[in-house]
Design a protein around this ligand. Sequence first.
Ligand SMILES: [Zn+2]
Length: 221
Amino acid sequence: MNLYDLTFEIETGMPTCGTAWHQTVQITSMGTIDEVGRNTQRIVLGSHSGTHMDAPYHFIPEGTTIESLAINYMWGPVKVIDFRDKRQGDVVTVEDIKRVGVAERMLFAFGWYHHWKTEKYYAGFPYFSVEAVKYLIAGGMRFMAMDTPSPDDGSAISIKDGEDSPNHKILLEEKIVMVEYLNNTDVLDAEKQYEIVALPMKVKGSDGSPARVLIREVTVS
Ligand SMILES: [Zn+2]
């Protein structure tokens, strides 16, 4: 079966968005087989650790939280888009989207996961123009996954001005299911057809959650 895992491993000290409001991951031992006859661990996560899903509550005060997000968009056919020709700082435009088309579930592969655990990962990753995001939503996209940290311009994050993360706000206002930090997207071929499953943990009241993301090639007869 052509089944692939697009998820980063969760591990102590893994990269996180370097701000005070993102938790660093720590996995530590509690019980051990030597001492108490079993191994148990404490797993400290942030809501945006590694491959994860954002819920509307991330940016919208009364927004839906992760346990209530519509599960029907988390499993089903997905259109894979190959944007691996996009370079550092490049923008995905409406023209780019018109060229590839819009589907209910879309996965954007930039190949950016290759920069995971390097300084480049958070520096100038390709992002979407606001017009492109609006065009995707108008075309019926309900699920958007990418192998970058964000659909927004990472170099322009400023929480003080009104320009902070406009794409996040537009997508989450429409309850689009958003998956960020995909791994391993080079296994995908935009010419082939796939089915994806992306499942967050069912954390009550959370603005997001790490997610396990699997994709399967579907052979059409
Ligand atoms: Zn996020």
